[in-house]
Design a protein around this ligand. Structure first.
Ligand code: SAM
Length: 170
């Protein structure tokens, strides 16, 4: 099981970034995303629409308290932060865990998040994009299975094509 916790979503400023965090998470096989910060029904709806069209079981929900979401989660919590330990060193240990929550920020992340999480990991100790950092972390921690996810019950399916677009209605 893989869950993403998106911290501090700002409805206007993070509209696109939070959507992209969700798109990466879904495409690479996460089970769902929990969004904290400003409530944004439109964002939840846009994520749900992707699922209705392209299939799969990815779920998006809002939480009024990231603290509660962290406390309730029973697996290992992995916070992505430029201040953390190098991804390449920690990934083998994280990869052995069955139930993971990847935590990504937007605005300044409260100190307690660093303490509540089991791992604080950095994709380079340089400022990064949360979207790219999540993709790289999932690749390192979840392996090549991220590329072979199944998305049942969609309305559309792409038939891979060397040239052009081939989309099948199901
Ligand atoms: N400028 C914002 C601030 O400090 O208020 C931070 C924006 S940063 C792009 C948002 C999120 O990206 C961070 O909370 C973290 O989850 C992720 N991130 C940024 N740099 C990272 C790095 N080097 N490794 C892993 N995650 C990183």
């Amino acid at each position: 099981m893989i869950t993403i916790l998106r911290l501090g979503h700002r409805k206007d400023r993070d509209k696109r970034a939070s959507m992209h965090v969700a798109l990466v998470a879904r495409a690479l096989g996460a089970d769902g995303i929990i969004i904290s910060g400003e409530p944004d029904d439109e964002l939840l709806q846009r994520i749900a629409t992707v699922g209705q069209k392209w299939g799969g079981k990815f779920k998006a929900e809002y939480t009024a308290s990231y603290r509660t979401a962290l406390k309730k989660f029973s697996g290992k919590k992995v916070h992505l932060t430029m201040y953390g330990m190098p991804l390449q060193d920690v990934a083998p240990k994280v990869a052995s865990e069955k139930n993971l929550m990847f935590v990504v920020g937007s605005e300044k992340v409260p100190r307690e998040v660093y303490e509540m999480c089991d791992y604080n990991i950095a994709v380079t100790n340089q400022p990064h994009s949360e979207i790219a950092a999540l993709a790289l972390t999932m690749r390192e921690c979840c392996g090549t299975r991220i590329y072979s996810q199944r998305f049942p019950k969609g309305k559309l399916r792409i038939l891979p094509s060397e040239k052009g677009k081939n989309v099948e209605k199901i």
